[in-house]
Structures are given as structure tokens and as C-alpha cells.
Design a protein. Structure first.
Length: 227
């Protein structure tokens, strides 16, 4: 079942939390570009692990949808999402509200969330419950044990995370969804355009080629279709 844990923010540092919004914009744009369904005007959308709601706003500005729900375990982030959303027809709830939304969504998204979940099978079951038949779930992550830098990343993320960070292989994500009623597809994320070079890159990418290889090879976008 969906986690009922409540946090203020998933990071121990508000600075880390706030940096994620501008830091992820470019990647949300790439993710939206990969979406095969191009007309969302009549679609109901879920953003799982919505944080401060930035992805939902960008999606609405790029491809307007009928209605969206963002869920997260972090109440502080949800409060910011509600305050910041001015245009999108969206509501933001704690994840514990999800079980009441059975058979509600045409599409779901999660960007860099599934690597933090304690039970992938429970998550796949929850998504199967809230998606309509034929519903599609796009989930992106570069956090997995097939990432050659994962040991260092796991330590760096664990240092600022209020959540225990599991160790999942890409096959664990794929296997959990295949076992719970989804057809599974995957592709390399391949961020569009130029990748910014940032002062604190060295924590995650010792060299620039590590960063470029991460975005072209290691970060993965799954497409899970409820069959
Ligand atoms: C790395 S952040 C990514 C946030 C956002 N999707 C983005 O792209 O910027 C991970 C998010 O997942 C949320 N999260 C962690 N565990 C969760 C869970 N069990 N259920 C729902 N959200 C969760 C965190 O609170 C945080 O907002």
C-alpha cells in the first residue's frame, strides 16, 4: 500500500530542496518531449512525487491537460506546490490519499522518485489501481545499481535524504511492473540540448564526460502501460 509516512521535506536541507526546481526544469522538458501521447486535453494526469509542483505546471504550459493531481509524502513541498500553482487545473495531496483515486488517471509521471520507494511491487500495484485500463505511466530515474557511479551517489544522496535510499537495479524496476499487470518499455533519457556545467558537479560527475554519459546513457525513462 502507498506509504502513509509524512515528512516536511524529503531532504535534510531546504537549500538542496529548493535547488531541485531550477535544476530539474531542463529534464522535465526532455521528459515531456518523450511522451508519445501528444494531445492531453481530455486526459487526467498524476504526478507521483510532485515535490513543489513544477513538472505539472510545465506539462500544462506545454501540453494542456484536463486535470492533474500531484502527490508526495512531503507536506512542506505540497504546501509550496499549492501556493505556486496559479494556472494549472491541479490539486496536490499527500500520497495517503491515493487509494481513494482508483481508476482515475489516463496518464502518470514520476521524475526521479521511484529510486526512493521502499517497495516497488507495492508501488506498481498502487499505480495499477489508480490508472484506467490502457493507462500509461512514464517514470524516469538515473538512480540504480547499473549506474557506474551508484556507490558514490548512494552515499551522497543518503547524506541529505530523510528517506532510506534503497539499491535497485534497472531490472528491479522493470520486474516489479511486469509482475503487476504492466507492459514495460524503456529508453535512454537523452536530455535535449546542452547540459550545464555546474560548480558542484564533481560530487556526482568527477569528469565532464561522466556527466554527458550519464544523461545520454545511464538515466532511463520507463513507459509502463497498464494492460
Ligand atoms: C528527487 S525528488 C524529485 C521531485 C520531482 N519529481 C522533480 O522532478 O523535481 C523526490 C521526490 O519524491 C518524493 N517522495 C519520496 N518518497 C516518496 C513516496 N514514498 N511517495 C511519494 N513521494 C515520495 C519526495 O518528497 C520528493 O518530492
Amino acid at each position: 500500500m502507498t506509504q502513509s509516512q509524512k515528512l516536511d521535506t524529503w531532504t535534510t536541507s531546504q537549500e538542496e530542496e529548493d535547488r531541485m526546481v531550477p535544476g530539474h526544469m531542463h529534464h522535465w522538458q526532455t521528459m515531456i518531449g518523450h511522451v508519445r501521447e501528444r494531445d492531453l486535453r481530455h486526459k487526467t494526469i498524476l504526478d507521483f512525487g510532485c515535490n513543489q509542483g513544477g513538472f505539472i505546471q510545465m506539462l500544462f504550459n506545454t501540453m494542456p491537460f484536463a486535470r492533474a493531481v500531484g502527490v508526495d509524502i512531503a507536506e512542506g513541498s505540497l504546501a509550496k506546490a499549492r501556493a505556486r500553482n496559479q494556472f494549472a487545473p491541479a490539486d496536490f495531496f499527500h500520497t495517503s490519499q491515493l487509494p481513494g483515486m482508483a481508476n482515475t488517471f489516463d496518464m502518470a509521471f514520476s521524475h526521479e522518485v521511484i529510486y526512493l520507494l521502499p517497495d516497488l511491487h507495492a508501488h506498481a500495484k498502487d499505480m495499477a489501481q489508480v490508472l484506467k485500463p490502457g493507462g500509461v505511466y512514464y517514470a524516469a530515474t538515473g538512480c540504480h545499481t547499473d549506474n557506474p557511479r551508484w556507490a558514490d551517489w548512494h552515499k551522497a544522496i543518503s547524506d541529505y535524504s530523510n528517506i532510506d535510499v534503497p539499491h535497485y537495479a534497472l531490472d528491479d524496476y522493470a520486474g516489479a511492473f511486469a509482475a503487476n499487470g504492466f507492459a514495460v518499455e524503456a529508453k535512454q533519457f537523452r536530455s535535449d540540448g546542452f547540459i550545464g556545467v555546474e560548480p558542484d558537479d564533481k560530487v556526482y560527475y568527477p569528469t565532464l564526460i561522466d556527466k554527458l554519459n550519464y544523461y545520454s546513457q545511464t538515466k532511463i525513462l520507463f513507459r509502463f502501460v497498464k494492460v
